[in-house]
Design a protein around this ligand. Structure first.
Ligand code: DAH
Length: 339
């Protein structure tokens, strides 16, 4: 009996199957009720009592070896049928819906990146500000109309706490903390109490720039902005600076770029002028430097501020500013390839 068990163990260990059906017939041959191993269990009744212990152990070993071997043969066929992962590789794949950056983020990042190449770092400040950082430290006279209730959103009717109307407030926050040289851009959201239309919104985005160091001149300002305009709108872009007024810069200017659509000939976008206004700029008023503890005899600087929506509208030919805030996927999907 022991010899028979041993030879069956050897036999079972060497079993092979070519198909799943082969494996199943092996199971029937060895493990079913009428199989070879069950027959041995029947014979076990006749084994002499003193041999029962050893024969019983060997029989159980045979059964375990056979069960494991035949199961592993069967599993190998199941795997082959379903591929190694058990997945049906012939099924069509699931495609992922890819998102894209919001056009305002694309344009804002481009602006930051262009100035980054000139050594400008990035800083941010709070959207809920106080009067001092938005107006007073920037040389706004007390009676200046920008402080008017019609332009500014105040918090809880406390006239000292408000939503910033421009990112120029971050200039103040940076000058408070940092000694010159300062060379940074400040992107962010701004808020104005304006009627919403195709051209204006009560929330929009600006990027402010500030450069304060020794011997900074208007020529530096002009060269920096010319570089920016060419990088943003193309190498043939020209700029024009028109005298203007801002309380925090002296002299101040507004900058136009040549219309990239008509190349300056005049079209509906530039309203026949060939020029598009894109930003305000100027030399930092010495009073602003002094208000922020910077010696205006030793240092000078320039600043500029631009609207991100305005630049995005020009670049992508968007005719209505409200589209940037509605988050209609049909609009946003058109910018998927922009990066
Ligand atoms: N803060 C101005 C605005 O909101 C834009 C601006 C103009 C920023 C001139 C500047 C500047 O830094 O020098 O319209």
């Amino acid at each position: 009996m022991l010899d028979k068990i041993q030879s069956l163990i050897d036999e079972v260990k060497a079993l092979q199957a070519k198909t799943a059906e082969d494996a199943e017939s092996l199971r029937i041959k060895y493990l079913s009720k009428k199989g070879a191993i069950s027959a041995l269990f029947d014979d076990f009744k006749q084994v002499a009592p003193e041999m029962k212990k050893e024969v019983g152990m060997r029989l159980n070993e045979l059964k375990t070896v056979a069960t494991e071997k035949i199961n592993s043969l069967k599993e190998s066929f199941a795997e082959q049928q379903n591929g190694a992962t058990g997945a049906d590789l012939s099924l069509p794949g699931t495609s992922y819906v890819c998102g894209g950056r919001h056009p305002l983020s694309v344009v804002k990042n481009d602006i930051i990146e262009i100035f980054g190449r000139l050594g400008f770092t990035v800083a941010e400040g709070p959207e809920v500000e106080d009067d001092y950082h938005v107006f007073t430290a920037l040389n706004f006279p007390l009676e200046h109309p920008a402080r008017d209730m019609q332009d500014t959103f105040f918090i809880n009717t406390n006239p000292d706490i408000l939503l910033r109307t421009h990112t120029s407030s971050v200039q103040v926050r940076v000058m408070e903390k940092q000694k010159p040289p300062i060379r940074a851009v400040f992107p962010g959201r701004v808020f104005r109490n304006e009627a919403i239309s195709a051209r204006a919104h009560c929330i929009f985005h600006q990027v402010e720039g500030l450069y304060v160091a020794k011997n900074v001149s208007f020529a530096d300002l002009k060269q920096t902005l010319l570089y920016f305009a060419k990088e943003m709108f193309g190498p043939d872009t020209q700029i024009r600076l028109r005298p203007s007024y801002f309380p925090f810069t002296e002299p101040s200017a507004e900058m136009d770029v040549s219309c990239s659509l008509c190349g300056g000939k005049g079209c509906s976008v530039c309203k026949g002028t060939g020029w598009l206004e894109i930003l305000g700029c100027g030399m930092v008023d010495p009073a602003v430097l002094e208000a922020n503890g910077i010696d205006s005899k030793e240092y000078s600087g320039f600043a500029f501020g631009m609207g991100v929506e305005r630049i995005a509208m020009l670049r992508y030919q968007v005719k209505d500013i409200r589209l940037f805030f509605e988050n209609d996927v049909r609009f946003l999907q058109q910018f998927k390839s922009a990066y």
